[in-house]
Design a protein around this ligand. Structure first.
Ligand SMILES: [Fe+2]
Ligand SMILES: [Fe+2]
Length: 385
């Protein structure tokens, strides 16, 4: 029981779903001395293989990859298969020998998997992965319990409850990770759409915002910011120009040079952006405010609005500044064509120490490969889909 509690704590702190599922399956196998096991998830009218583990096959080919039950593949959800039966009814199946299933059972064992994997399944324990509200998210399957001598024996029925509670913890954890992922995706989508709404007044595009956010994250990673900060920056950077919502279109879209007064008005988008996020407790919105305020500051103190210099400029502002400028240089704008990458790099190198922090420029250049992949990925000026 203590061990189960320990696992519960470990599971609830694991955010990576794949790792989480592998841990659940291997813990369930350890409890029952099962040689192999599989996790399936219910997805619509299909059962999908999530994780497959098999010590015997691992020893044979050292790869842990099996031809048919490969993660990602799926099979129809039906009462005729054992996993399907468990997923649909919530009943536990515990059989000493899957090749001797009593004929009155509605399901049968599909020996094709054994044939293709070159394995012999014998004893099997299958339990549903049930959420507290009764929803079945998947099935946990354990194959071939081994005794001390390595001989296949039936799964003892006393293990059933324990494996079920482990499977239920798994179901809750899976649901939590899915909810968090959905929330994160919805949040990012909202941010992008709002940022684009703000930039409709200007000539920037949805892809400018996407690229700029991804560039910022790559640079931050290279500079050694922790993973959490990198993610916060990725979400915060798209909003660098939302303050433009308060700048008249006549100025933002003026084809010619701005008068001094107009330029001053345009510069105010930094402070207006900051005021939009003022007072928020959410880390990402606080960072958005910082970036909005400082993305036009320059390393040598000649930027705006405050004329901050060097380390006075928060690192996220320094990073966003470079990401924003590189994107402006490397893509076509209404007032200029796209510069070739070499030319952009030359400009950035020349600006190291004046416009940009030299360390940020170096980090950017070290990760040029990733930067160009992002540029490629979000190449066109297409709108959000
Ligand atoms: Fe800006
Ligand atoms: Fe921008």
């Amino acid at each position: 029981m203590a061990r189960l509690n320990q696992i519960g704590i470990a599971l609830s702190s694991e955010r990576d779903l794949d790792k989480l599922l592998s841990t659940i399956l291997s813990e369930a196998r350890k409890f029952t001395s099962a040689e192999a096991g599989t996790l399936y998830s219910v997805e619509g009218d299909k059962l999908r293989f999530l994780v497959t583990q098999n010590d015997a096959l691992d020893q044979l080919d050292g790869r842990g990859a099996y031809p048919i039950s490969t993660p990602g593949q799926s099979m129809p959800l039906s009462r005729e298969s054992m996993a399907g039966y468990v997923a649909l009814t919530g009943e536990v199946i515990n059989l000493p020998d899957v090749y001797a299933i009593p004929p009155d059972r509605p399901y049968r064992f599909n020996s094709e998997y054994d044939r293709l994997d070159g394995y012999h399944s014998q004893s099997m324990l299958m339990v549903p992965m049930t959420e507290p509200d009764g929803t079945i998210l998947g099935v946990l399957q354990l194959i071939n319990a081994l005794d001390g001598a390595g001989q296949v024996v039936p799964f003892e029925s006393r293990w059933e409850g324990l494996v079920m509670s482990l499977a239920s913890q798994a179901a809750v954890a899976i649901r939590n990770v899915r909810l968090t992922d959905e929330l994160k995706a919805a949040y990012l989508d909202t941010v992008l759409r709002l940022s684009v709404a703000a930039e409709y007044k200007d000539h920037d595009t949805a892809n400018h915002i996407r690229r700029m956010a991804q560039y910022s994250a790559v640079i931050a990673e290279e500079l050694g910011l922790d993973a959490q900060q990198v993610e916060t920056l990725r979400c915060a950077a798209p909003m660098h120009d939302v303050g433009k919502i308060g700048v008249p279109e006549t100025i933002l879209q003026k084809p010619g040079k701005l008068t001094e007064q107009e330029y001053d008005e345009m510069k105010r988008h930094t402070e207006m952006g900051a005021s939009i996020f003022e007072g928020s407790d959410a880390p990402v919105l606080r960072m958005s405010g910082t970036i909005a305020l400082t993305h036009h500051e320059k390393y040598d103190g000649t930027g705006y609005p405050r004329g901050l210099r060097g380390a006075e400029i928060p690192i996220e502002g320094q990073i966003a500044a470079l990401a924003d400028v590189f994107d402006a240089l490397s893509t076509a704008r209404c007032y200029k064509p796209a510069f070739p990458v070499e030319k952009c790099l030359e400009i950035l190198r020349e600006s190291a120490g004046s416009h940009f922090n030299p360390e940020v420029v170096e980090a950017f250049i070290r990760r040029l490969h990733d930067i160009l992949a992002i540029r490629e990925r979000y190449a066109s000026a297409q709108a959000l889909r």
